[in-house]
Ligand binder design. Structure first.
Ligand SMILES: [Zn+2]
Length: 148
């Protein structure tokens, strides 16, 4: 799973404003599986476009600019940690993180929240990948009562 180095190298070229390093970085990698790449790529495209617009208008402050600190999976959804973001970018991020809750992290097909048998690990998988990795549907009675 993972091994997304070539994807990351490709994205650094295509979305230079997103991946410009401003110091103080740990080694950066994509800490989730490739099923979410479509969602993350769409997000990066929106952020890149937004940053380019601001730059064209002279509104991009080079000293406290945008940077991505970490992109990872946590508790079954995408976490996209940034600094120097504005409300527009936070809106893009919220939308992408919500999409991953319904998208299999392995293959990008329609997914749902699953839990590893006997553990508290949560992942968003399609039915086939849940079976492959021995996960069962996550069942939250309280959450169901809230929505029905
Ligand atoms: Zn899948």
């Amino acid at each position: 799973m993972k091994d997304q180095n070539s994807t990351y190298e490709d994205w650094k070229k295509r979305f230079p404003r997103c991946f410009e390093r401003k110091g103080g970085w740990m080694a950066f990698s994509l800490e989730y599986n490739a099923g979410w790449n479509g969602i993350v790529e769409e997000l990066l495209g929106k952020i890149e476009g937004h940053l380019a617009e601001k730059q064209a208008l002279g509104l991009l402050d080079p000293d406290c600019g945008f940077q991505i600190n970490q992109i990872k999976e946590k508790f079954g959804t995408l976490r996209f940690y940034v600094s120097g973001a504005d409300d527009t970018i936070f809106g893009f991020i919220d939308e992408a993180e919500r999409k991953t809750a319904n998208t299999c992290e392995m293959c990008g097909n329609s997914g749902a929240l699953y839990t590893k048998r006997g553990k508290f690990w949560l992942r968003t998988f399609c039915a086939a990948h849940a079976e492959e990795y021995d996960y069962e549907p996550y069942n939250s009675e309280a959450a169901n009562e809230d929505t029905e």
